[in-house]
Design a protein. Sequence first.
Lengths: 316, 321
Amino acid sequence: MIPKSIGASTSETGVAELRRLIARHKMWDWLFGLLGTLALLFATLVFAALFGQMLINGGPHLSWDFFTSFPSRRAASAGILSAWVGTVLVMLVTALVAVPLGIGAGIYLEEYARKNLLTDIIEINVTNLAGVPSIIYGLLALGLFVYQFGLGQSIAAAGLTLALLILPVVIVATREAIRTIPQNIREGAYACGSSKWQVVSHHIIPYSLPGIMTGVIIGLARAIGETAPIITIGALTFIAFLPPSPFSSPDHLLSFEWLLAPFTVMPIQMFNWISRPEEAFQANAAAAGLVLLVMTLSMNALAIWIRYHFRKKIKW
Amino acid sequence: MSSILPLKHPPETLAATPAALRQGWSSAKLRRRLAEHAIETLLLLAAMVSVFTTAAIVAILVWESVVFFRSVPLLDFLTDTQWTPLFDDAHFGILALLSGTLTTTIVALMVAVPLGTILAIYLSEFAPFRVREVAKPFLELLGGIPTIVYGYFALLFVTPVLQRIHPELPGFNMLSAGLVMGIMIIPYVSSLSEDAMRAVPMHMREASYAMGATRLQTALFVVTPAALSGLASSYILGISRAVGETMVVAIAAGMQPNFSFDPSEPAATITAYIVQVALGDLPHGSIGYQTIFAAGLTLLLITLVFNIIGHFLRKRFREAY
């Protein structure tokens, strides 16, 4: 590659050849930069096509009625009332289970765990569970929650399934957030006579909260869109009623009947409409997809915003 | 001794009932130690949930599969090329489902590996700071789109576009499912690859630049080889993701088991079969019900192998520097 005449660099041809060589390599640089930009552009175009097609097909269908009607045999009057109520209730169960368990596990692994076999086993399990396909969680739930525990195809079964599914996300986010807290914070607290739990509850948890929140939101956004595990537990797809209200019991106490009620969620409703042959239902699917997309994207955007915002603010 | 320091308890009380106070202190200490212990146990239990989950997954899949393999010989399961468990003439050849999984995965990798790698190299070595600050969250957002939305996109956008180029293409085909799955995996591959490349120490790049290498030469001949095991682990984890992906293939590739490696044909993957059975109304305990656990066990074993390989590759690249 290097021209022979480089030794005699004073010669006109040597310099010219060297310049050509440099120019050629600079061109390769430039071409790769272009390739990278094109790849980014491709990703943007795909997203634009995905969003645009849904907007065109489903946009006109979005109306107040769409949110307040039950699914129906007639595509024009079908809505997502039972689906979004189901999604909210399932997410409630998921969050109530996954958040304390995930944060607790993360704190244990970072602050309490000794270096021993048990800790290694837990860590391997968390890493491994993050890679297990979601449909396997569905099979677990089908065998364990639906039949062994007798929960049936209920909101509780679905919520527990999704909680197990997003547990690794919450655990990993908690651990990463805790790891950024400098050691001298802990030492300072211990020096003032704090016990371990006082250090954790007064310092570690508050300081790692933005990171934990990011993980929880990303996990819940993932859970909202999960379809496969919920289909696998055999959740019905045509639900034209709402679960019993928690405030409906006669003695004015909260009722938990809704936990065991049959349900549908947004992605299941969308899948149901996609698999119909009639084109009118596909417009419904697009509209439901649009709602789902806005829900998950805004949650993800919120998580990203929290992370960037607090990363800038925190200076140890 | 403590006369200089302000005391919480007046000294005369201390002198009056030293024994009782010491007892009070020690009982408070004991209470606190007990509480600390209880909290640690609770946190340990929370951490153990992941172990219980793994154990439960393995137990349930193996339990139901053992019952299944009592009526279907393992050899038939592994060598038969037909999968018709719900017909009168029942065949249980997992190959018919594996072929669909393999074909869609290969198509997906042909999209995700080149594009993911180019994006990773570009974002880590070339892109200006501003571009990276926008592109990274954007790719993260793409990774957060629900798979059912990608399935809709494959069936109702990508397939019609492909049919315009190639009119004989059936409405359900592995090509469109695989392509969309590939797009779905790009953010995953690119972000893991980029992390690996960013972990390469800056002095290696500086040495390369000092020798007169260009940006591209440095990226391709210095940074990429140094991050190779990290890149490989991102591909492997991408494979594991593609193998386990469900909704895109269930929607866009059809649900008919088909022993074929031709991407233009419809076929079912392992995951799509599980969905198909779950949509039907199979009685608990029937052979059809058990097939999904045998299929699930196969799927778990495949992804486990890839996850383990990926894990070790990632560990290696972390230890390198």
